[in-house]
Design a binder for this molecule. Structure first.
Ligand code: GLC
Length: 613
């Protein structure tokens, strides 16, 4: 009997379920399913030897990405080093930062001025020319793999740019391509959609449809008018997009970030978010990767409240995404900085720590997007914090308008009707470094550095993968130059997407500079995190009441290790009125401390470790 090949083994494992889900989604879809299978096999065939070896290695060790040694960094290729070759030449820096997971922001072809930071893709098979070529990308991933760095890339699957060949042909009236989008002759259906479908960019791109004067049609554009939503009810769209995704994984991409994934299925009379068909599609993508490239991980971009995020992990038998963003924790952290009250964050930590330990979150303080104030307002009601006035408070606070605030942020998509603005700015600027430098206030600078350090420490304390936003490790401030660039001026997210300041990065080794203080403290916390198993995802985590509203206490326990992590979210000295018996070593300073009534400096962080459990 013929021996089953590796590919057959992987295919057979998933074949029935894949076919079943596919045919359930696409009635009479068998011929399309066969087309999909053909595409998958071809992609497997052309997958490089080294990548196949990596797949095998990771298949044998399916938990390879769950260690406490994982540290991520996200960056725009252009802003960091000009182009892909530039990033490759700077890999030493990335390595020096302790990073082994690199998220490169969108870098595929995208029209100038209508790019949404690269999230409007005109060709899924080509790299943006000024950033390099596909060959450069695959060379870079190879170089990363040699250093043990995994590479993440966005897969912008919800929409294409209006410049994509499909969109151009649809615009020209080719029915086959029109069917890949949502196009209508009159506004009857668009008006129906608008009744139930909320808006993403109410100020910069109101509505969910765009009128195309030249072809006299309405097209669905949930995001910007030049980002046309793809119609995944058409199996051709699913097959072709899957093929594009596998093309990226064959360039050596290890982690596929499923951009805006909750939006990919649309249905009249619904919010067009998180519909059951979205989960069918993600599950199919997971199986497809496990068949063609099992070393590849799926990271879902689900910027929603926890109840909506968690289902994207799928179930133990039928997993969907490997990793998801811990977005509510991120937003709640900034809320805590403004209110100096940890109640919400403690509540949020209790929710996250209660989830199965198989779930893996990416923790972050800042990313390329705005901070949306998606907080648990039902919880906040008990503190008389109502959604609209509280959002206004947070936005005022982080713009530096509120008494006592040292932040320098800007609003994003201010919707005066709903009172729903979001916020932009780098960690350093939001924490006061920009103001301190402008006012040459050394006291404020020192305090702001402590705040940045504490926040990174908090990120590194949580279970999951910590992801640094490039520039934060050297306390980089806002970049206002986007206002002079016509193509960017309307989008304040460019405030925190400035060019990486290599001149400032130089100072990371100069004692006495704030860059040194921030960089070295993040680095040493990363090192400690990697050293102690108590930081593993598998550890037990719970919160403890400190009886001071500004101090958060997290306890992590694993094996014989017990860690009491304390965070002072205020600019005043505080006492954590905890009663944890015994002597502990503060891993950050080496000093011996008791676990009771712990006195903390402003924005202090303590990692108190006890081995004798
Ligand atoms: C995601 C990206 C965001 C982009 C949007 C549309 O939310 O993070 O930057 O604007 O998708 O693609």
């Amino acid at each position: 009997m013929k021996q089953e090949t590796e590919y057959e083994r992987r295919l057979n494992r998933h074949y029935d379920e894949l076919k079943w889900l596919y045919c359930e989604l696409y009635e009479n879809g068998m011929s399309f399913f066969e087309d999909l299978c053909g595409k998958m096999q071809k992609k497997y065939k052309y997958r490089k030897k080294e990548l196949k070896e990596l797949d095998r290695k990771r298949e044998k060790n399916p938990e390879w990405y769950k260690g406490n040694d994982m540290v991520g960094m996200m960056m725009y290729t252009g802003a960091f080093a000009g182009n892909l070759k530039g990033v490759e030449s700077r890999l030493d820096y990335i390595e020096e930062c302790g990073v082994n997971y690199l998220h490169l922001m969108p870098l595929l072809t995208s029209p100038k001025g209508k790019s949404d930071g690269g999230y409007a893709v005109a060709d899924f098979t080509e790299v943006q020319p000024e950033l390099g070529t596909m060959r450069d990308l695959s060379h870079l991933t190879g170089a990363c793999h040699e250093k043990g760095i995994s590479v993440c890339l966005d897969f912008v699957m919800n929409h294409t740019s209006e410049d994509h060949e499909w969109a151009r042909r649809a615009r020209a009236g080719e029915a086959e391509y029109e069917q890949r989008y949502f196009m209508y002759h009159d506004d009857t259906i668009p008006r129906e959609f608008e009744k139930t479908c909320p808006q993403v960019f109410p100020t910069t791109a109101p509505g969910n449809f765009t009128w195309l004067e030249d072809c006299r049609k309405h097209v669905m554009t949930t995001f910007y008018p030049y980002q046309w939503d793809l119609n995944y009810a058409n199996p051709v769209v699913f097959n072709e997009m899957t093929d594009f995704m596998l093309n990226l994984t064959n360039q050596g991409i290890d982690v596929i970030r499923l951009d805006a994934v909750p939006y990919i299925w649309k249905e009249l009379g619904t919010t067009c978010r998180n519909l059951p068909q979205v989960h069918t599609i993600v599950r199919m993508m997971r199986m497809i990767c496990e068949i063609v490239c099992p070393g590849v991980l799926l990271l879902g971009e689900v910027v929603m409240e926890p109840e909506k995020v968690v289902p994207y992990f799928g179930t133990v038998e039928k997993p969907e995404c490997h990793m998801l963003y811990n977005v509510t924790t991120m937003a709640s952290t900034w809320h805590t900085m403004a209110t100096k009250n940890v109640a919400l964050l403690k509540h949020q930590m209790d929710i996250v720590s209660g989830l199965p330990k198989e779930y893996l979150f990416l923790n972050y303080l800042r990313c390329h997007d705005d901070i949306g104030w998606g907080l648990d307002y039902d919880f906040l009601k008990q503190f008389d914090m109502e959604e609209v006035p509280h959002k206004k408070f947070l936005n005022d606070y982080f713009q530096g308008y509120y008494p006592g605030s040292n932040s320098r942020g800007e609003l994003y998509n201010d919707d005066p009707k709903l009172g729903d603005a979001r916020l932009c700015g780098t960690t350093a600027s939001l924490c006061g470094i920009e103001k301190a430098l402008a006012e040459q206030n050394s006291g404020l600078l020192a305090q702001s550095v402590e705040a940045v350090r504490m926040l990174h420490g908090y990120m590194l304390t949580q279970s999951g993968i910590p992801v640094i936003y490039s520039g934060d490790e050297i306390g980089q401030c806002n970049d206002y130059s986007y206002k002079e660039d016509e193509e960017k001026a309307a989008d304040s997210r460019y405030l925190h997407r400035g060019k990486f300041r290599w001149d400032l990065a130089e100072k990371r080794t100069e004692k006495g500079s704030y860059q040194y203080d921030i960089y070295q403290s993040i680095l040493s916390m990363e090192k400690i995190r990697k050293e102690y198993p108590v930081f593993l995802n598998k550890a037990d985590v719970w919160t403890v009441e400190t009886y001071d509203p500004a101090v958060l206490c997290l306890i992590r326990v694993y094996g014989d290790e017990k860690l009491i992590a304390l965070f002072n979210f205020s600019n005043e000295e505080k006492t954590a009125w905890i009663q944890e018996e015994g002597m502990y070593t503060d891993l950050l300073t080496g000093s011996e401390r008791e676990g009771t009534n712990v006195v903390m400096k402003p924005y202090d962080i303590l990692w108190l470790m006890n081995h004798k459990l």
